[in-house]
Design a protein around this ligand. Structure first.
Ligand code: SF4
Length: 439
C-alpha cells in the first residue's frame, strides 16, 4: 500500500523531525510531505485520500507549544477531522514521551511514540506499506477505544546507522554527535527520553556529514550533544577523553581545509559540563574552534541544590571551569536556573553570589526560569518561590547586559505549564514517581 506521511513541520521542532524525514524518505511506497501551515496540511491530507493512499499525520510536540490556546484548540480540531477521515495521527517528541496519556486522551492523537523514534517509525511505516499490523511496533503507546496499550521501549538507536537529517532534500541542522546522558538531572528530559548511556556518532560518519553540509553551502558547523566534552565517554567520568576530542576536531578541521568553514564547539546549541573543563581540553578547543564563547552548564550556586537535582558536579567545579576558560581567551557563558523545586532563599542568594563571581571573571550569565517539563522527575513540581528582591536583582542583571535570557517569558511559560496540569491537558499518572518504571 502507498503511504503518505504528512509532518507538521514547525520550525521549533525541525531538529527532531529531520532525522525522521531521513528515515521515511528511504522506505519505498512512503511519500513524505512537510506541511508548514494548516492549509498545506489539509491539502496534503485531501490529496492522499483522493489517491487512496494511507494517510499518516505526524507532529513532534513540545510542552511549551501547548500553552498557546489557539494552537491547542486548532490541533484538537485537526486531529478530530483526521480521525473522521480515518487518518492515523501520530505524535512524538519530548511531550509525547513525557505525557503519553495526555497526548492520546487530552490532545487526541491515536499513537504516541516514546523516546527516539528512528527505528519505531521505520517499523510502523513498513507495517503499513506491507499490510501488516503497525500496532505491534515497539516504542509506541496507543488508544484502542478507552484502553491504552504500550508496546514497551524500542532498542536504543545506533547513531551511525541513521542519517541526522535528509541532506538530499537540502535540509540540514546542527549535527548530532552524541545522544543519551548518564546524569539524569532531575529537571531535565534528556536522559528520560534518550536513555542513560552515551551513544556517539563515529568520527568517520561525522566527517561524512560535514562534507555533505559543505556541499549544501554551510559555513558554520554546530553540533548537538548533551555535553561537548563527553565525546567518546562511555560512562560518568570527571576526565574528558581529550585525545578523542582532538581527533574529532582535527578531522573536521582537515575536512574543511580546502572548503573553508567555522567550527562552533562547546557553544550553542550545546554546552560543556564544568568538571570536564581542564587546561588540556581547553587548549585543544583553542586550536580548532572559532567560537569565542564556551557555555558551561552550572544551574545553581548552591551545592545543596546541585546534589538535590543530581547534577554530579559542585559550585567549585563551575568556578574552576570559568577560570580556565577565561584564562585561555574564551568568554565563559554560564547557564543558571532559578526557581528549582526545593530551592530556598538561601540557595538563591548563593546563586546570586556565583553570578557575581562569574561576572568578576569576565563571564556572562544565561539565566533561565525553571520549567516543569513532563517526563522529567521534577516535572510535577511547581517552581520554588522567588522573592521580589531577588527578581529585582535578576532583572537589573538582565538590564545591564551582564545576564541574558528570556527570564520573564519563561516565568509566564512555567505558570502556564502548571495550568496545563490543572486543566487536565497534561495527565501525570504515567510518569508520577518514575516514568521509566511504568514501561
Ligand atoms: S542537564 Fe545536561 S547533564 Fe543533566 S541530564 Fe540533562 S543533558 Fe544530561
Amino acid at each position: 500500500m502507498s503511504v503518505r506521511l504528512i509532518l507538521w513541520y514547525d520550525k521549533t521542532v525541525r531538529y527532531s523531525l529531520n532525522p525522521l524525514i531521513a528515515v521515511a524518505d528511504k522506505i519505498p511506497s512512503v511519500r513524505v510531505v512537510l506541511a508548514e501551515d494548516t492549509g498545506e496540511l489539509y491539502a496534503a491530507v485531501n490529496e492522499a485520500l483522493m489517491n487512496n493512499e494511507k494517510c499518516v499525520v505526524g507532529y513532534s510536540i513540545l510542552t511549551t507549544m501547548l500553552v498557546n490556546d489557539a494552537f491547542l484548540s486548532e490541533l484538537k480540531s485537526i486531529l478530530k477531522y483526521l480521525e473522521e477521515k480515518n487518518c492515523i495521527t501520530i505524535a512524538g517528541g519530548p511531550h509525547a514521551t513525557g505525557d503519553p496519556l495526555g497526548t492520546l486522551f487530552s490532545l487526541g492523537f491515536k499513537v504516541a511514540f516514546i523516546g527516539e523514534a528512528e527505528e519505531s517509525l521505520d517499523e510502523f511505516l513498513r507495517h503499513l506499506v506491507n499490510g501488516t499490523d503497525p500496532f505491534t511496533t515497539k516504542g509506541i503507546v496507543f488508544r484502542e477505544e478507552d484502553k491504552v496499550i504500550a508496546t514497551g521501549r524500542a532498542r536504543p538507536v545506533d547513531l551511525d546507522k541513521h542519517d541526522p537529517f535528509p541532506y538530499w532534500r537540502r535540509i540540514i541542522n546542527p549535527l548530532e554527535i552524541t545522544r543519551g546522558c548518564p546524569y539524569g538531572c532531575l529537571y531535565c528530559q534528556v536522559s528520560y527520553i534518550h536513555g542513560m548511556s552515551y551513544r556517539h556518532r563515529s568520527i568517520e560518519k561525522i566527517v561524512f556529514y560535514v562534507k555533505e553540509m559543505a556541499r549544501i553551502g554551510v559555513r558554520d558547523y554546530r553540533f548537538i550533544t548533551p555535553d561537548s566534552l563527553s565525546y567518546g565517554l562511555t560512562k560518568i567520568s570527571r576526565e574528558p577523553d581529550t585525545g578523542l576530542i582532538e581527533e574529532l576536531l582535527s578531522s573536521i578541521h582537515s575536512a574543511l581545509k580546502s572548503i573553508g568553514g567555522r567550527i562552533f564547539y562547546g557553544s550553542f546549541p550545546s554546552e560543556v559540563r564544568p568538571e570536564h573543563v581542564n587546561k588540556d581540553v581547553v587548549r585543544v578547543l583553542r586550536k580548532y574552534v572559532n567560537n569565542r564563547e564556551i557555555i558551561i552548564g552550572a544551574q545553581s550556586g548552591s551545592n545543596r541544590v546541585l546534589r538535590l537535582i543530581r547534577r554530579g558536579h559542585s559550585v567549585e567545579d563551575v568556578l574552576n571551569a570559568v577560570k580556565e576558560i577565561s584564562e585561555n581567551g574564551f568568554t565563559p557563558s554560564v547557564d543558571i536556573i532559578l526557581g528549582i523545586p526545593g530551592e530556598t532563599r538561601e540557595d538563591q542568594e548563593l546563586t546570586l553570589e556565583l553570578i557575581d563571581e562569574v561576572i568578576r571573571n569576565n563571564g556572562r550569565i544565561h539565566i533561565h526560569y525553571y520549567l516543569p517539563l513532563p517526563g522529567s522527575p521534577l516535572g510535577l513540581h511547581p517552581p520554588a518561590r522567588i522573592p521580589n528582591d531577588i527578581e529585582v536583582k535578576i532583572s537589573r542583571l538582565i538590564g545591564s547586559g551582564k545576564a541574558y535570557g528570556s527570564w520573564f517569558s519563561q516565568k509566564e511559560l512555567s505558570e502556564k505549564i502548571i495550568k496545563l496540569h490543572e486543566r487536565g491537558v497534561i495527565v501525570p499518572s504515567l510518569y508520577k514517581g518514575s516514568f521509566m518504571k511504568t514501561f
